[in-house]
Structure formats: C-alpha cells, structure tokens
Design a protein. Structure first.
Length: 268
C-alpha cells in the first residue's frame, strides 16, 4: 500500500475536513478526495461519513487511525531532513564547541563501545573523541592533538617515585579495555584514592583531597581556576589524537558537511 495514502488519511482525520487537510498538506482538495477514495477502494470500507459539508470518521476509520498514527509519525520523523545533529564530545573538545550552531552537544560516555553502539543506532550522529579501534563503516578525521599532564594543589614537579607513591584520582575513561593513562602511558600499580567520571570531575576530586590526577593540556586553565598547578608527567606518555567520526553514509550530506566545517573551525 502507498504510504502517502495513509499520510493523507491521517491528515484528514486530524484536521477534521478535506479542505483543512489539503491546506495542511499543501495540495488541492480534489487531490485529497482522490487519495481517500483510492484508500477506501484498497481497504474495501468507508473511511469518512458525509453530513452536509462536514465529515466524520467511520468506526473502521477510528480503528485504522489508532493502529497507524504512531507509526506514520515515526516514519515521517525518519524521512524528514535533519535540522540539527547529535554530537558526542570528549571534555577536551566539549568546552570548545558551545557556539557551534545546529548541534545538540553531549559529553561522551566513558566507554568506547557505547559510543560506537550509539553511532550505529543513530542515537548520535557525530563523535569527537579518542578512538583506540577503527571500524570500516565510519569516517575518521583528525581534529585535535592532545598531550597528558598531571595536576596537584601545590607540587609543580614529581619524581617517578613520588608520583607512584601519591594518592591518585583515576579518570574513568576506557578505550579498548584500558584507561586513558594506561593506553597512552605505561605505568605500574598506583595508589588509587577514588575514580571519577570525566576529567573535570577528576580535577575537582584531586583538588578536594590533595591528590594527583591526569588531565589533558587544554584543561589546565580549568585546574588553575581551582588554584591547582600542572606538572609534566614523570614518565613517557604518547600524545592523544582526538578524532571526529561519523558513518560513511553521511559523507555527502550537506548538513554534515556544514557542521563538520564549523566544528573544525572551533577546534582549530
């Protein structure tokens, strides 16, 4: 059955008249009348009962409407062109993207697997984050290069021994079943005071407990606002590549292209 016939039926049912439905659909009234007759012929029952100039739905029409209207709304929502995109961003990028138009910005989940699951399901359109694994269905574009630093309330330098003996606030961001620090800098066993969801929360917890934590260089200004100082980590740590990723089917989508350009400008 032609989906458009059901869309016309839904409009007539909700608007209460053929002329109002025609105005709503931006078509002529004869076109609406013809669609209703065609649908009635396909269903083999009457949909609307005329009474003078007004119409009212038949009992069969009421039942049909109750069965289909939610599905029609869902289909129309899927087919309608998007006006905004849902974007996950790691904290490093999150605080830089507040002025980008036409995006609904959310902080990334802690686990890489959840980011991929939400991209596949269409819950999210773009993710700007650290990815340890790449999948062939997605496009990856480098947008930021970050380095790790430590922060503490007062100490501006640590020997490796001092660092390992300090109390640490662990950031609960995991990629490929490893924490960010484990992934980008190999360390032995540390004394973990607590675990925080997110880098800024870890900085706040370290500030309150006089502990150390690891953050990205771009978040040093946030730590300084709390009176903390940054220090170079006393071990070798790799730089972190922040990537913008989205499904390949959107490579030529005009809205995606426009928003990606705006995101890159903000992050540059």
């Amino acid at each position: 059955m032609d989906l458009k016939l059901l869309q016309v039926f839904k409009a007539v049912y909700e608007q209460g008249s053929l002329s109002a439905a025609a105005d709503y659909l931006d078509v002529t009234q004869p076109a609406v009348t013809a669609s209703i007759k065609k649908l009635e012929a396909a269903l083999d029952y009457q949909l609307f009962i005329r009474s003078g100039r007004s119409i009212s739905p038949s009992p069969d029409a009421v039942q049909l409407y109750d069965n289909i209207y939610r599905h029609i709304d869902a289909i129309q929502a899927c087919l309608a062109p998007k006006q905004t995109l849902n974007v996950y961003a790691a904290e490093t990028a999150y605080f830089l993207l507040g002025d980008v138009p036409n995006i609904n910005l959310r902080e990334s989940p802690a686990y890489e697997e959840q980011i991929y699951a939400d991209l596949r399901a269409g819950i999210i359109d773009i993710a700007i984050d650290y990815f340890s694994l790449k999948e062939s269905a997605f496009v990856y574009e480098d947008v930021l290069e970050e380095s790790l630093v430590g922060v503490h309330n007062s100490k501006s330098s640590f020997t490796y021994q001092e660092y390992m003996e300090a109390t640490h606030i662990l950031v609960n961001i995991r990629r490929h079943n490893q924490s960010i620090v484990e992934l980008f800098g190999k360390l032995g066993s540390r004394h973990i005071g607590s675990t925080a969801n997110g880098t800024t929360n870890a900085i706040i917890a370290a500030n309150k407990t006089n502990s150390v934590t690891v953050t990205t260089r771009s978040l040093i200004p946030f730590a300084k606002q709390l009176g903390m100082v940054a220090f170079d980590l006393p071990f070798e740590a790799k730089s972190i590549g922040v990537k913008l990723t989205y499904h390949k089917r959107y490579q030529n989508d005009p809205l995606f292209k426009s928003i990606i350009t705006n995101i890159k400008q903000e992050l540059s």
